[in-house]
Design a protein around this ligand. Sequence first.
Ligand SMILES: Nc1ncnc2c1ncn2[C@@H]1O[C@H](COP(=O)(O)OP(=O)(O)OP(=O)(O)O)[C@@H](O)[C@H]1O
Length: 310
Amino acid sequence: MDFPVRRNLLGRPVQWLRAVADTSFAVHAGEIVGLVGESGSGKSTIGRAALRLIRPTGGRIDFDGEDITTLSSKALRPLRRSMQIVFQDPYDSLNERMTVGALIEEGLSIHRMGSSAERRDAVNELLREVGLPAEWAGRYPHALSGGQRQRVGIARALAVRPRFLVADEPVSALDLSIQAQVLNLLLDIRDRHELAMLFISHDLSVVRFVSDRVLVLYLGRIVESLSAKALHDNPVHPYTEALVSAAPHIGSRDGRSRIRLDGDIPSALHPPSGCVFRTRCPIATRDCASQEPPLRQIAPGHAVACWRRP
Ligand SMILES: Nc1ncnc2c1ncn2[C@@H]1O[C@H](COP(=O)(O)OP(=O)(O)OP(=O)(O)O)[C@@H](O)[C@H]1O
């Protein structure tokens, strides 16, 4: 996925930023795939492209076996219902002038689902499903805490019975004590509705808690793809290893020492040659600068893009 970042006088792009390159993955029904990486690694771009909120400049996106990469917004309309997003900031994403009930009902009205009485019943049921009292339908968002607002955000997304959900940093704005409750709610919902979920977070502990499979992203590339269990037991890519060693709930338990990465993530405008991680990699050699390592399968369900490992 490339973004134009500089244009000439005629408005033609003269410089492009490659936000995401060569990533390929599937999310199946009933599965949560976690996408983890530092700020700017391309997580949101992948999430928005997967939902076709943006049109990718390359590659292909399939939904239910149908190629939706270049569908117009009109052609996408019938699919929109099936693909929903939960946003990061529950303070920003809810219209303060609408009641909780109206907010949850909005998608049902847009997609002309049910009679108004049926929609009201659905709102009550959704409120219960996300752990809020049905009487709260008449309240306004300002009366709710961050965690309660996020529950409303989740009910809004669920209302139209989606089959694919992108959760983009859904707990990052919440207090630590509330995060686990909202994560457990997402897990319940996945189980109950057999949802396919792409779960985006910069926080490895959070990603590991909810995900079946994890994709580790660095500068727009998947550097490792592995099960949540392998993430704990056997991270192979030096970047994943550093993330794991720095994650409080994961690294410290078994006495692994923290691996500190030097420097910042390079600019996506000027990525390093060869392996994009090599400038911060503790085991890089000169050879790593010449060619980009492909994502190679090293075990069933485990793939790594590194010249030095395994
Ligand atoms: N519309 C855009 N135009 C130009 N560049 C963009 C645009 N959207 C994203 N980018 C760039 O693409 C890269 C990936 O951004 P993205 O927001 O997907 O990363 P992220 O991992 O989600 O980061 P964060 O956690 O900070 O949201 C960044 O270098 C960003 O500056």
